[in-house]
Design a protein around this ligand. Structure first.
Ligand SMILES: Cc1cc2nc3c(=O)[nH]c(=O)nc-3n(C[C@H](O)[C@H](O)[C@H](O)COP(=O)(O)OP(=O)(O)OC[C@H]3O[C@@H](n4cnc5c(N)ncnc54)[C@H](O)[C@@H]3O)c2cc1C
Length: 273
């Protein structure tokens, strides 16, 4: 099996490119690739779309399936336009961004970035600053991310309901163009927006155990800071986690189908293993 190794010059990061699956069964590994959820298949590429029909007697002018940032934003806009709106959510309000994406990842980046800065004794010395031993509480860093997500989730929920949008809870399925079933209930609407987002994509042949092999969803929990992490996928999500985990002390190996996955500004050293 052949590998190409692309080493980042400034961080403890290495990238391996193709032919990886066989050799990685015992590594700390998480997946940062994304797949559109099955129910979102019709919401091409995570973009919401609306099914418009003629007006009749419906429970709502608009029912939105999914209360991620897409569904939530659409709900606020529709309520402001005077529509009677309900949002059906099967997971947490705020969806990926608030619960498993932008918000907790930026919280982890903020905390881990400070650890990195404060450990850079040479740079600090140039600034005339001396620090002692820099330590961090892994659980404290993880809790910071979880708490921030909870606060924003609560704010989003309040903003929607206080404006008059109705929140329905359950996994929704379309019965027809005007009817949505959730749990053992159903609701009718003149218009329906499907905003069901995406979930992490796990490549075939890889088994997730949530402990040594996990997706970005579990990586955000920061349950461990392993000495070595292999990250499949070097898009922005993989890069963010590389930043977080290397700042906290892990070595990172990227496994990527093509080196162009890195930002063009990054210089890569490549060598056969
Ligand atoms: C680690 C990470 C970091 C990220 N950082 C950024 C960033 O910095 N900036 C940025 O712009 N984007 C970022 N993203 C991407 C961003 O999170 C997504 O683009 C965004 O969340 C998509 O919003 P959405 O509303 O379309 O879908 P989602 O947020 O996925 O929301 C869809 C919602 O629909 C619900 N749902 C699904 N099916 C059903 C059903 N059948 N019935 C009821 N409810 C259902 C789900 O529970 C979910 O709550 C990041 C993603 C990750 C994973």
């Amino acid at each position: 099996m052949t590998f190409q190794k692309c080493r980042h010059p400034t961080a403890a990061v290495t990238t391996l490119v193709p032919d990886f699956c066989d050799s990685l069964t015992s590594l700390f590994l998480f997946l940062s690739t994304t797949r559109i959820s099955a129910t979102a298949a019709r919401a091409a590429n995570s973009r919401a779309f609306a099914v418009t029909v003629t007006a009749q007697d419906y429970d709502f002018d608009l029912v939105i399936i999914g209360a991620g940032v897409g569904g939530h934003g659409a709900a606020l806009h529709a309520v402001e336009c005077g529509m009677k709106v309900a949002v059906i959510e099967g997971g947490g309000i705020g969806g990926t961004c608030v619960n498993r994406g932008c918000v907790p990842s930026k919280a982890l980046l903020a905390a881990s970035g400070r650890v990195r800065e404060m450990k850079d004794a040479d740079h600090l010395k140039m600034l005339g600053i001396e620090v002692g031993d820099v330590r961090f509480d892994r659980q404290g860093v993880a809790d910071h991310a979880t708490n921030l997500a909870s606060t924003i989730r609560a704010n989003l929920t309040n903003s929607m309901t206080s404006l008059g949008g109705e929140r329905l809870v359950g996994n929704a399925t379309l019965t027809d163009n005007h009817t949505v079933r959730y749990g053992n209930k159903k609701v009718t609407a003149k218009n329906i927006i499907i905003a069901t987002g995406s979930t992490p994509f796990v490549p075939p042949g890889i088994e997730i155990d949530g402990k040594t092999v996990f997706t970005s969803d579990d990586a955000l929990k920061l349950e461990t800071v392993p000495p070595w992490v292999a990250i499949i996928g070097s898009g922005y999500i993989g890069l963010e986690f590389s930043d977080i985990y290397t700042a906290l002390g892990s070595d990172v190996t990227f496994i990527e189908g093509a080196c162009w996955g890195f930002p063009k500004s990054a210089t890569l050293f490549t060598a056969p293993l």
